[in-house]
Design a protein around this ligand. Structure first.
Ligand SMILES: [Zn+2]
Length: 117
């Protein structure tokens, strides 16, 4: 793959990474102990108000689902950036063949070729 194209993809990935981290940090804190892990802040449950408590817990589980999805995307983006840094970008993790350029342009995070997905 052409170097300019990789640079362009890298730029896009970095922007996506910043966006994902910003979204995550709006409701979760980065777990400094585990690489790539974020923790959703548990809601402060008001004492004696069960209805409020229930909706807070519900909100928390929604956030957890979003956190999980954002975290997954972030890991994929980071993985792609690592592959670029190691000069392994565009190589399928499983069969080590080159991933078709169209696929990489559509999904730059993909670590597998169309056959190994
Ligand atoms: Zn493959």
């Amino acid at each position: 793959m052409a170097k300019e194209l990789i640079t362009k993809i890298e730029q896009g990935l970095k922007e996506k990474k910043a966006r994902l981290e910003q979204e995550l940090s709006s409701f979760a804190t980065k777990d400094s102990g585990v690489k790539g892990d974020w923790d959703t802040t548990y809601p402060r449950v008001p004492e004696g108000d069960l209805e409020d408590a229930a909706s807070e817990v519900e909100e928390y589980s929604t956030k957890l689902r979003i956190e999980f999805s954002l975290e997954k995307q972030l890991l994929e983006v980071n993985g792609a950036l690592e592959r670029i840094a190691k000069n392994q970008f565009g190589i399928c993790k499983v069969c080590k063949k080159e991933i078709p350029q169209e696929r990489l342009l559509a999904i730059p995070e993909s670590a597998h070729c169309t056959e190994c997905t």
